[in-house]
Design a protein around this ligand. Structure first.
Ligand code: DX5
Ligand code: ZN
Length: 231
């Protein structure tokens, strides 16, 4: 599978912290984005929820469009939707550079991952904590990013589920070397080192960054924990 040049570039910059805007101040989104850019962010994570696949609602296409207008950073759009195939085109048009869909919503994720790549975006495949690694394993070569959820998706600020560390280690062992291995949920200065040890490169963090008084200092702390422990 050939890789998009900017994803290959991003892999080289890893480990990277991926701020999740879900925890940002939505009344001041543009200044929040500027603040994390100034703090060193190289990518932004946007959580899209449908109130069906997850018991919560968040943002949709117009907000992704608005974020696109306020930054040049790659936008990593995490679709927590029961029917992601209905929306990938719209999110790509809105400016998503990376589109992640959940394996729990698809019998065979390959056609949709291919469609996402055909639209010119990188394709991500996410899996929830209770989803068996055997369900994901056949598709590890079909995605640019493998996203392990380390909380039940739907809400920020939840406790990190340590049971996912074994799944991350299996992914690290079997995924192609150029795939980005990412983790999302409960990432902070206490949990990030174990994720790096297990094999993650890209760390989504919402509350840990936007809940901190100094974003740059928090990004530095998280990054240094990664660098000390990365595999
Ligand atoms: C949860 C979302 C996460 C969320 C993480 O369903 O997918 O991206 O923003 O938030 P924290 O870092 O607060 O756990
Ligand atoms: Zn997310």
């Amino acid at each position: 599978m050939s890789q998009l040049f900017w994803i290959a570039d991003l892999v080289k910059k890893c480990p990277l912290i991926n701020p999740s805007l879900l925890a940002a101040d939505f009344a001041n989104l543009a200044s929040e984005i500027r603040a994390v850019e100034e703090a060193g962010a190289k990518i932004l994570h946007l959580d899209v929820m449908d109130g069906h696949f997850v018991p919560n609602l968040s943002i949709g296409v117009p907000v992704v469009e608005a974020v696109r207008r306020s930054t040049e950073l790659p936008l990593d759009v995490h679709l927590m939707l029961s029917e992601p195939q209905k929306y990938v085109r719209a999110f790509r048009k809105a400016g998503a550079d990376l589109i992640t869909v959940h394996i729990e919503t698809l019998n065979d994720p390959r056609p949709l991952l291919e469609e996402i790549r055909g639209l010119g975006a990188a394709a991500g495949l996410a899996h929830n904590p209770p989803t068996a690694i055997e369900k994901l394993a056949p598709f590890l070569s079909d995605a640019d990013i493998i996203l392990t959820m380390s909380v039940t998706p739907g809400f920020g600020g939840q406790k990190f589920d340590r049971t996912v560390l074994d799944k991350i280690a299996v992914i690290k062992k079997h995924a192609p070397t150029n795939a980005l291995i990412s983790v999302d949920g409960g990432i902070d200065t206490h949990t990030i080192a174990d994720c790096a040890k297990a094999g993650c490169h890209l760390f989504v963090a919402g509350t840990a960054i936007f809940g901190a008084s100094d974003y740059a200092e928090q990004m530095r702390l998280l990054e240094s924990q990664c660098r000390k422990n990365i595999q």
